[in-house]
Structures are given as C-alpha cells and as structure tokens.
Design a protein around this ligand. Structure first.
Ligand SMILES: [Zn+2]
Length: 256
C-alpha cells in the first residue's frame, strides 16, 4: 500500500487517453473473462501441486492512499478547480487542498457503505476532473460520550450517553452500476452497513482520472446541490473547509 503517492493515483487523463480507455474497456471485458478462465485452470493445476499460483498471476493493479488535507499544487489542472464562477457549497477560487481520502484499487473493486444510512443523492458528474458516477449517503452515527455526574451522596459517577450525529458521505469516481442498483439508486432508500453501493470506475466514467480510486469525503452539513461536494478547497478557505469536511479517518480508522 502506498500512501500519498498521487502522481499515479490522481493524475487526470487527456481526452485521447479517455477515448483509448473506451476501446480498451471492450478488450478488458474480454480479458477479464479470459483471465477468469485462466485462473480456474491455474487453480486446478495449483491444487494438483504442479504450478505456484502467485508466480503465474501478478497483481493487475496497485493499491494506494491519497491523503486528506494535502495541498496538491500542480495536480488539479482542470478548469473545474480554477473557475471563480464554479462555486460548490460556497467554496471557489484556486482549489488545491484535498478534502477527502482517495483509495486506489483495480477497476471494478466493490465499494461498501461504511455505516448504515439513507441515500441522499446519486448521479453522474461528467466534467473532466469531476466525480463521474457518485453517491452521497446520509449516515447516522452513534457516538458514545462520557459525562461526569456528582450526585447528592458525594459519589462521583461517569455516565456514558449515546448521541446520534448525522454526517453526509460522498463516494466518488465510481462506475455506472452506481446509478443502476435498484437498492441504492434513489434518494431515501435505506442503506445497510457494508452494502455494496458501486464499484471503482474506469477513466471514461470516473471523471477522467487515470488510476481507478474512490474519493471518500465526509460533510457535517447536507450538500447544497445534489451528488456534489468540493473535493478540494483554496488555501484561504482551508480552516473553514476542514471543519465542514472532517478527516475521514474518524470513521475509516488510522489508514496512515
Ligand atoms: Zn480525492
């Protein structure tokens, strides 16, 4: 696992590369079937002790993490990040500070909801450098807090109370299946913890990003517009943005 190596996990594709990717997608679907067939053959041979499986099938892609609160100067070269008229949730200007965490994995890797919740919005943001297929889920988190109680008998007690906190999580750069799933493609549908809500998209469906990855971002407020959040803020807006879009490691754990 590589942390913060956004040169390969985050670069935007050229239009020629996107067209090439569409052609390659057809070939890859054939390749997947062939590979699947090959895996079955090799697995059988391996079980017979004739072939070492791991030597025959090197990994197709690499896994990497793109960090939260990373100032990505020089990476966001699309107009999307440099257009003062293109304000999202009130954030505009030259936006370079990453407000989510990116998890890179092979195309087609399933993406699961980190907690139960309700679909807020789902759709397609097709601009070059945007999210492609994206879903926003309103999650209800149970937070345990400890309060100090000094009763009449002078006994000090610590009492645990549970409060519910609402957060909105955006899962971006997914594939077309995100908007086709009957169980999660409409606002208001309930989502179970661990439910598959989409898969990592290729560059012709993920907003034109070279390497497949999910952009995961939390928000303490509902998005102003459907299936969108500013994935990056300007350096000037950073203090406000980090409060509205907290570190995803609060729910994902200490990934790095
Ligand atoms: Zn990202």
């Amino acid at each position: 696992m590589t942390v913060g190596d956004h040169r390969t996990s985050q670069g935007m594709a050229t239009l020629q590369q996107i067209q090439q990717a569409k052609r390659m997608a057809v070939l890859r679907s054939i390749g997947r079937w062939t590979r699947c067939f090959a895996v079955k053959l090799v697995t059988i041979a391996s079980s017979l002790g004739r072939i070492q499986l791991h030597r025959m099938l090197p990994p197709l892609n690499r896994y990497a993490i793109g960090k939260y609160d990373e100032n990505r100067v020089g990476m966001y070269d699309s107009d999307l990040f440099d257009n003062l008229d293109n304000t999202i949730d009130g954030y505009g200007g030259r936006r370079t500070v990453h407000l989510g965490i990116d998890l890179s994995a092979p195309v087609g890797t399933p993406v699961h909801a980190f907690a139960s919740g309700v679909v807020h919005s789902v759709g397609y943001n097709p601009d070059h450098g945007d999210y492609g297929y994206v879903i926003v889920i309103e999650h209800h988190l149970q937070l345990l807090s400890s309060s100090h109680n000094n009763n009449n008998n002078n006994n000090n007690n610590n009492q645990n109370t549970t409060t519910t906190r609402r957060v909105w999580a955006l899962y971006g750069h997914l594939d077309k299946s995100t908007v086709q799933r009957k169980e999660s493609s409409r606002p208001g549908l309930p989502i179970r913890k661990g439910q598959v809500i989409g898969r990592l998209g290729d560059i012709y469906e993920n907003g034109g990003w070279l390497a497949p990855h999910v952009h995961f971002q939390l928000s303490t407020k509902p998005p102003d517009q459907p299936h969108d959040m500013p994935g990056a803020s300007s350096v000037e807006d950073r203090p406000t943005a980090l409060l509205q879009y907290p570190d995803p490691r609060y729910v994902l754990g200490p990934l790095y």
